[in-house]
Structures are given as C-alpha cells and as structure tokens.
Ligand binder design. Structure first.
Ligand code: IMP
Length: 176
C-alpha cells in the first residue's frame, strides 16, 4: 500500500506552542529544579525542544513503556521496558509524552510514580486525541494540541518505526 502524509501541524506550529508551554512551565516551577522524564521513543524531539525553552535547573531522563506493536491500534496493556535508574524521591518530575490516545499509558506511568515519594508529578503531552480516551480521570497538566481521531506520525511519532524524523506532525494516509 502506498502511504502519503498530509501535514497537520507544521514545524512552526509546534515550535510556537512549545515556546508557550515552556513559558508556562517556567512560571510554574520558578526557583525549583525539575526532572523532565521523556517517554521513549515518541517524545524524543518534544523533550529535547521543551527542555531548551526552560531557563530552569533541568535534568533529563527517559522512561520506556511498550504498548504498541507495529500497527496503529493500542494493545491496551502497558508494561515498562526501561525505568530511570536514578532515585527521584523528593524531585519535581514532569512526564513528557508524545501523544495521549486511550490514556492507558499515561495512567500506568502516573501510577508507577505515585508511591515513590516525589515532591510533585505533572503530566505534559504534545498531542491528545480526546475522542479516543478510555482511561477516566486523566489530567493532562500541560497540553500542546488536541487533535482529531487520526493516526499521526512525525516529530517523534512513528508508524512501524518510520517517520520519527519528520519535522512536522502529519496524518498517514494508507496505513492499516
Ligand atoms: P495510549 O496508551 O493509548 O494513550 O497510547 C499512547 C501511546 O501510543 C503513545 O505514547 C504513542 O506511542 C502511541 N500512539 C497513540 N496514538 C498514536 C498515533 O496517532 N501515532 C503514533 N503513535 C501513537
């Protein structure tokens, strides 16, 4: 099947919104040191770009859930393939996610850190597909864009491990 990409969010749209999120987070965490916990692999670019909009004391670490196969539909079960080795007790942590779909990954990640004695935990996502939500009571503290229920790729997001390098977010036509 031939796949084509229709641009949904340009690299300029993304950069502008990340600047705004950065300003908001900077204000909220003034005088504090923050751990950005990027969710691999999809949030690599978002974590990196967001970190450079934070004139704060920032540490970057990553966590890796595995819930998707090579298709476009969530398997619903989420396990953690990689967790940070450093102790995050008493730290202000912001989980930085690429996209919230059903919300199961976000809930799993938040639950994982709930009993680890963090000073605070917030959840930041570049994209949200609210029409797809299955997990109830999920708060996204910092959100880039709400988007329609379409499978998107680019700016870190993949389809079968491809397209992560695109500088924009697009809708993949022809993916099954
Ligand atoms: P959830 O657990 O259903 O919310 O799925 C979240 C994860 O699924 C994200 O971190 C992505 O890795 C992946 N995902 C969900 N929707 C898309 C999409 O439209 N494109 C690429 N990956 C997606």
């Amino acid at each position: 099947m031939v796949e084509t990409v229709e641009v949904l969010l340009s690299s300029e749209d993304i950069a502008k919104r990340i600047k705004e999120l950065g300003a908001q987070i900077t204000k909220d965490y003034e005088g504090k040191s923050v751990v950005l916990l990027g969710v691999l692999k999809g949030a690599i670019h978002f974590t990196s770009d967001l970190s450079r909009e934070l004139p704060l004391d920032v540490e970057i670490n990553f966590i890796k859930p595995s819930s998707y196969g090579d298709g476009t539909v969530s398997s619903g079960t989420v396990s953690l393939d990689y967790i940070p080795t450093e102790n995050l007790k008493d730290r202000h942590v912001i989980i930085v996610e690429d996209i919230v779909d059903t919300g199961h990954t976000a809930v799993k990640l938040k639950d994982y850190f709930a009993d680890q004695g963090l000073a605070s935990l917030k959840f930041c996502a570049l994209l949200d597909k609210p029409d797809r939500r299955e997990a109830k009571d999920l708060t996204i503290d910092y959100l880039g864009f709400a988007i329609p229920d379409k499978f998107v790729i680019g700016y870190g997001l993949d389809y079968a491990q491809r397209y992560r390098n695109l500088p924009y977010v697009g809708v993949l036509k022809g993916a099954s």
